[in-house]
Design a protein around this ligand. Structure first.
Ligand SMILES: Cc1cc2nc3c(=O)[nH]c(=O)nc-3n(C[C@H](O)[C@H](O)[C@H](O)COP(=O)(O)OP(=O)(O)OC[C@H]3O[C@@H](n4cnc5c(N)ncnc54)[C@H](O)[C@@H]3O)c2cc1C
Length: 470
């Protein structure tokens, strides 16, 4: 997309200021950075910069801005909407080497980290100090905190503990022209000026590059148990969720799998999953300050869902917990094995109408002869809808996708929800943003984009259906 002269000039200038080892031009290595975890999406970058400090980020952006070359920030590349895929070529700016946990401040219960820290590593370090960083995307062992902030990632624990935005106190960011700015800081309260931290959260690398993060930690619960409850149907499972919450019980997680998801994983795991013949599963984690408190909550849950105790599988060891979670965690693997190309949507609807959403979609997919699996976060209404291409002709599949997406989004919006709950708009959903936001809302967001990045060099081709100059 850029001519050789521009890229060569850029390369020499970057190598000069950053040193050779941080600037990568090897095609085989660039190829590894041409995709993330999004199904069927690949664009080659022209250069890769592996930044090791805020200075490296600052210098890279300053030079790219001057030369009008686009920059795609990248954390660990686990995104599933093409956020870190360089759709306009240019530079991939990776923060994977900025992976230091700078501080765990026990007195103030905060952590200060670089963006490349793997989420699981931070959780473990906090746990070691008796503290907890709750946001838990299912990818937590491979994704980075910087990517979590840029996507405002959620996870199963959102029902009780909230999502990434609930734990970010402040940021150090670098603007497109290389200016370093701090937002928020070490305090829980801070209303001095606009909430710029909030604007960066979920901005998908289009406004600034995050170089340091101040995170809030909380005391970790002393006890927790995982339980699995089978139901005849998804309707019954959703009713049970409403009933649990109405009984004023807030479990740490309430995940669900509908029948087709259970069947697919059961086949993938050679029938070793518990309650393989159920119509739906609820996978619930309950936590508290003692075992007594946790078991009392489990008793109350069985009353709330009106189910006999023997039907609830309570894990009383780590291996049993792993067994219970394995099915839920293996869904993506089972899908990829069955059909490497698939559509993965993550709409969100009000919790109590999940089953209407699923039923209406399932009927539509069956009518179209499509195979789908649905699962997700029943506690917060965030539903993962995966439609598998299987052996359909590739050209037919590509032709089908736009209408398929519209049908899914329309149903979510009509039920009071929206097109994405945690995975973001990225590249895949930008053409459908107008279904969820008004022209005025999009125009306001584009004015914000222009204020942060006037030349539109940061992650172009993401979020907005047209460029910010439009
Ligand atoms: C198996 C699997 C399970 C998943 N489960 C969940 C889940 O439960 N919940 C959930 O929310 N997501 C989930 N995801 C999606 C993904 O893991 C998250 O979006 C995660 O936050 C991405 O982090 P990353 O470091 O890999 O970011 P990347 O994929 O590298 O980048 C994601 C976006 O963030 C931007 N970005 C990255 N670093 C920076 C930075 N330093 N500054 C500015 N912008 C930056 C990129 O430009 C891009 O737009 C899952 C993905 C997989 C493959």
């Amino acid at each position: 997309m850029y001519n050789t002269e521009i890229i060569n000039n850029l390369k020499y200038r970057l190598q000069d200021i950053l040193t050779d080892k941080k600037v990568e031009t090897d095609v085989d290595i660039l190829d590894k950075y041409s995709c993330d975890e999004t199904s069927d999406l690949r664009f080659m970058p022209d250069l890769l910069v592996r930044a090791e400090s805020v200075e490296d980020v600052r210098n890279t952006l300053k030079i790219c801005n001057e030369l009008n070359v686009s920059v795609t920030p990248r954390g660990a590349g686990t995104g599933v909407t093409g956020g870190s895929v360089p759709v306009s070529g240019g530079v991939i700016l990776s923060t994977e080497k900025m992976n230091r946990i700078l501080e765990i401040d026990r007195d103030n219960m905060i952590a200060v980290v670089e963006p490349g820290v793997i989420t699981f590593d931070l959780q473990q370090k906090a746990l070691h100090e008796g503290l907890m960083y709750p946001p838990d995307p299912a990818s937590l062992e491979t994704c980075s905190i910087g990517g979590n902030v840029a996507e405002n990632a959620g996870g199963p624990k959102a029902v009780k503990y909230g999502i990434t935005k609930d734990y970010i106190l402040g940021l150090e960011i670098v603007l497109a022209d290389g200016t370093v700015v701090n937002t928020g800081g070490r305090t829980v309260k801070n209303v001095t000026g606009y909430n710029l931290t909030g604007i960066i959260l979920g901005s998908e690398g289009t406004l600034a590059v995050i170089t340091k993060i101040y995170l809030r930690l909380i005391p970790s619960p002393a006890a927790s148990r995982d339980i699995l409850i089978p139901f005849n149907s998804i309707e019954r499972a959703v009713e049970a969720v409403t009933s649990i919450l109405k009984h004023r019980i807030i479990p740490a997680t309430i995940e669900f799998m509908e029948k087709d998801a259970i069947d697919l994983v059961s086949k993938h795991m050679d029938g070793t999953i518990p309650y393989a013949d159920a119509g739906a599963h609820l996978l619930i984690q309950v936590d508290g300050q003692s075992d007594d408190e946790v078991y009392s909550l489990i008793n109350r849950i069985s009353v709330a869902v009106d189910i006999v105790q023997e039907k609830i599988l309570v894990a009383d060891s780590i291996s049993q917990s792993n067994r219970i979670w394995k099915a839920r965690r293996s869904i993506r693997e089972a899908i990829v094995k069955t059909s490497p190309i698939f559509l993965a949507e993550d709409c969100v609807v009000p919790r109590a109408v999940i089953h209407f959403f699923l039923k209406s979609l399932k009927e539509f997919f069956i009518l179209k002869g499509l195979y789908s699996v649905m699962f997700g976060h029943a506690g917060d209404g965030n539903v993962h809808i995966d439609v598998l291409k299987k052996d359909m002709e590739y050209s037919e599949w590509k032709k089908l996708l736009p209408d398929l997406k519209k049908q899914i989004y329309r149903r979510a919006i009509d039920l009071g929800g929206t097109i994405t709950g945690e995975h973001g708009v990225g590249y895949l959903r930008k053409d459908y943003l107008t279904m969820a936001l008004s022209a005025e809302e999009i125009a306001l967001q584009q004015r914000i984009k222009k204020a942060f990045d006037p030349k539109s060099i940061l992650n172009p081709g993401k979020i907005f259906p047209f460029s910010s100059e439009a």
